[in-house]
Design a protein around this ligand. Structure first.
Ligand code: ADP
Ligand code: ZN
Ligand code: ZN
Length: 743
């Protein structure tokens, strides 16, 4: 006998509120997770609909009190069924409770949505309002709130109530006063908060070139003949992948279906989003991580109601409740941000392919530097590989020079800028062309250490270095702990203690010293903290308000600057030295993307790669723009050491505020793994990369296996064990399949 957990209202905040029912044997084949069923409910056995969210062999409640499921709702293509099935997929393949999985895929209706939104606007003409303001200003003791409101309304047509009262701190009484006097009006509106964007009219009409045309035709032909596949478009930077996506999107939308476009958050810029708006108008909606849960909910409602056909957004846009989904596009498929950092730690690529399989949708992955995972599957024929070899408008790829920093050092140049790079910079500045200087994010220093003994000042609650901030404050970026900057080394008493300046900041100083009068913009975590920080800096650079843009990897994503003819990569190997099997791949991707920023316009571009390892294959193949060559070396290395995609890894993390308990529990789990699958390779337990975080100790175990499902079985066995275990209930365990970052 089987038993089913049934959820009745999935828009309810408490998704774990389920009811147990018996699965009658004649329905056993049809009842699976996600299926909609009719059940007798309550005293009167009212027939109502619910969804199956779990199945098990042992009942949790008294069997004599359980009722049987009445029937399965036939052909229920309800979007809810799909989403629940998706949640079951996440739970099974990535490890989480059903509740966590459901919360990941289904946006929760919060009370705030039911409340109407209030807006303030002028009830009088602009002239009248100006007169009111002038009058107000003549009074000596006028209410500053009224002044602020009037000034604001002279600028914008409508002002959001919350914005006015909270951000602008205009007292409610001031607004009400002006309302009474008939100067402003307050309206309650039920609006779907679509992030508003003004579409500019200078739409470019683009005709696909031959390569693009062939790519789009191939996919469209497959769609028309009902062959739904996964495609990998490998196209060099600037090859016009987005135009291919849009062509296929249009085709799918004409068929009455919907499209999800995933873009990494960092590339979700005005420029990219505008291209979709310009082409598809208000059939497009956007999600971003800055949205409140209410705003996200609204966007999902619009998708459900058929008001929009295209959702553009990061990872989580994958769960947009489109009823008739025809296409999922994952741009920059190799981006690590497609892997969730919270439980369930799903990967958008696999999840997208699963979601597409539920409705027979097509998946297009695109990248200039495909992940090893995707490319190996394209090579094996599991995905269809489509290659765009040349740039859309025939521009040459930037030429590339490698500068050996060891030789530079020997010749006495200790600056961050090599002589060759300086020479080229001078040339470009003279020609009024622009330059981008790229410093790997991991190069950001800012931590405080002792130059006498090497001691690094760490957070007392976390096993990480403290960072120096302005005003002589040291701060932990993980828990927020702050302390006054130390004057002497707590370890050896030396006074030679100090911080290494953030790399980008130091670089900016050097550039300014070397080229007096040069206009520099810097883009890093410090300069982009404001809501539109990125946009402002990038638009300023696009408008040629600066000659040099200095930045971390943020600057290499998806931006076209036609006037940039020189890209300098300051220290290519920083990312090579990470203790992670992805480091070669990451370096290749970053370098390729950085090089791709040069020469997007008519002028030819040059990229200079400064490195201490000029012979490293990731450096050499990116300089040669040779993805294939890189892939062959990298996949050989992965095969040799049995790393993904040539095998699979399961990371298990055990955490506890009592160090001893974390250690013991991790040992217990490792022993359990050995017992239930003696063949599996076990590494650890050992301390996590950050062994202590916010006073919680963390241990990790890594398992390696050829088949993914073997790891899933181990995960299930651990889950079952944890459910019944009486000891160490103060510990927390979670799973990470094929982790992207070191745990
Ligand atoms: P990718 O995503 O492959 O880096 P994009 O789609 O962003 O490339 O295209 C790069 C630039 O080339 C964009 O400015 C785009 O408008 C332009 N472009 C792409 N295809 C064409 C085409 N067929 N004709 C003219 N311009 C094109
Ligand atoms: Zn010291
Ligand atoms: Zn801390």
């Amino acid at each position: 006998m089987k038993y089913a957990d049934i959820i009745i209202d999935i828009s309810h905040e408490r998704l774990d509120k389920t009811f147990e029912y018996i699965v009658p044997s004649e329905l056993e084949n049809q009842v699976t997770e996600g299926v909609q069923v009719v059940i007798p409910f309550g005293q009167g056995n009212r027939a109502i609909k619910g969804y199956v969210v779990g199945l098990h062999d042992k009942p949790e409640f008294d069997v004599t009190k359980l009722k049987p499921i009445a029937r399965v709702v036939k052909d229920s293509i309800a979007i809810e069924s799909q989403l629940i099935s998706l949640a079951a997929f996440l739970k099974r393949n990535y490890g989480s409770t059903m509740n966590q999985a459901l919360k990941t895929v289904i946006p929760i209706k919060k009370k705030e949505n039911e409340k109407l939104k209030k807006e303030i606007s002028l009830a009088v003409s602009l002239e009248q309002a100006k007169i009111e303001l002038t009058e107000l200003l003549t009074r000596t003791n006028h209410a500053i709130g009224k002044e602020r409101l009037l000034r604001e309304l002279l600028e914008v047509d409508v002002l959001d109530w919350d914005l006015a009262t909270k951000k602008l701190q205009i007292p409610t009484s001031n607004i009400r006063d002006l309302e009474k006097k008939g100067i402003v009006r307050i309206d309650s509106v039920r609006t779907f908060r679509n992030p508003h964007i003004n579409v500019d009219d200078n739409k470019k009409i683009i005709t696909l070139n031959d390569e693009q045309e062939a790519a789009a035709e191939e996919i469209k032909a497959d769609i028309d003949t009902g062959r739904h596949k996964t495609y990998l478009i490998h196209g060099v930077t600037g090859s016009g992948k987005t135009e291919v996506y849009m062509d296929v999107m249009e085709h799918v939308i004409k068929m009455g279906q919907q499209v999800i476009v995933l873009i990494p958050e960092i590339a979700l810029t005005y420029q990219t989003v505008m291209r979709f708006y310009a082409r598809f108008g208000d059939r497009v909606s956007i999600l971003n991580s800055r949205m409140s849960p209410g705003e996200r909910f609204d966007q999902f409602e619009r998708a459900k109601s058929g008001e929009i056909s295209i959702m553009v957004g990061p990872r989580s846009a994958l769960f947009t409740p489109f009823a008739n989904l025809g296409l999922i596009i994952i741009d920059e498929e190799h981006e690590p941000s497609y892997k969730s950092e919270v439980v369930p730690r799903y990967h958008a690529r696999e999840t997208a392919i699963y979601r597409a399989s539920l409705t027979g949708a097509t998946v297009i992955l695109g990248s200039a530097t495909p992940s090893l995972e995707a490319y190996s599957r394209a090579v094996s024929g599991e995905y269809k590989l489509i290659t765009l070899h040349s740039r859309a408008m025939g521009q040459a790829m930037a030429s590339c020079e490698i500068v050996d920093l060891r030789a530079e050092l020997q010749s006495g140049n200790r600056s961050m800028l090599s002589n060759r790079l300086k020479e080229l910079m001078a040339d470009r500045l003279a020609k009024k062309q622009q330059i981008m200087l790229f410093l790997n994010r991991r190069g950001l220093m800012g931590f405080v250490s002792c130059r006498a003994c090497g001691h690094v000042l760490k957070c007392p609650h976390c096993d990480v270095a403290l960072h120096l901030h302005s005003g002589g404050i040291m701060k932990c970026h993980y828990c927020g702990y702050t302390a006054r900057a130390a004057k002497i080394c707590p370890s050896c008493g030396s006074k030679y203690i100090g911080s290494f300046k953030a790399g980008t900041q130091r670089l900016e100083e050097i550039v300014k010293e070397t080229f007096p009068g040069v206009r520099v913009l810097r883009m890093d975590a410090d300069t982009t903290s404001g809501k539109n920080g990125h946009e402002e800096i990038l638009s300023a650079f696009a408008a040629h308000e600066a000659d040099v843009l200095i930045g971390t990897q943020m600057i290499v994503k998806g931006h076209d600057f036609a006037n940039v003819t020189l890209v300098g990569i300051i220290a290519a190997d920083i990312s090579l030295n990470e203790s992670d099997y992805h480091s070669g791949e990451r370096t290749f991707q970053l370098l390729t993307q950085a090089i791709g920023r040069a020469g997007r316009g008519v002028e030819e571009g040059i990229a200079v790669i400064q490195t201490y390892q000029p012979e490293n294959y990731a450096v050499v193949s990116s300089a040669n723009q040779d993805y294939e060559g890189f892939y062959q070396q990298e996949i050989a290395y992965r095969r040799l050491l049995a790393y993904p995609p040539c095998s699979h890894i399961l990371g298990i993390q055990v955490s506890c505020d009592r160090q001893q308990d974390a250690i013991k529990q991790a040992d217990i789990l490792a022993a359990l793994v050995k017992k239930c699958d003696p063949e599996i390779v076990i590494m650890g337990p050992e301390d996590a990369y950050i062994g202590k975080l916010k006073d919680v100790y963390r241990r990790v175990i890594y398992l390696k296996a050829d088949e993914y499902d073997r790891l899933v079985s181990v995960k299930d066995a651990i889950d079952k064990f944890l459910l019944e275990q009486k000891q160490y209930r103060n510990t927390t365990t979670w799973f990470d399949f094929d982790p992207i970052n070191t745990l």
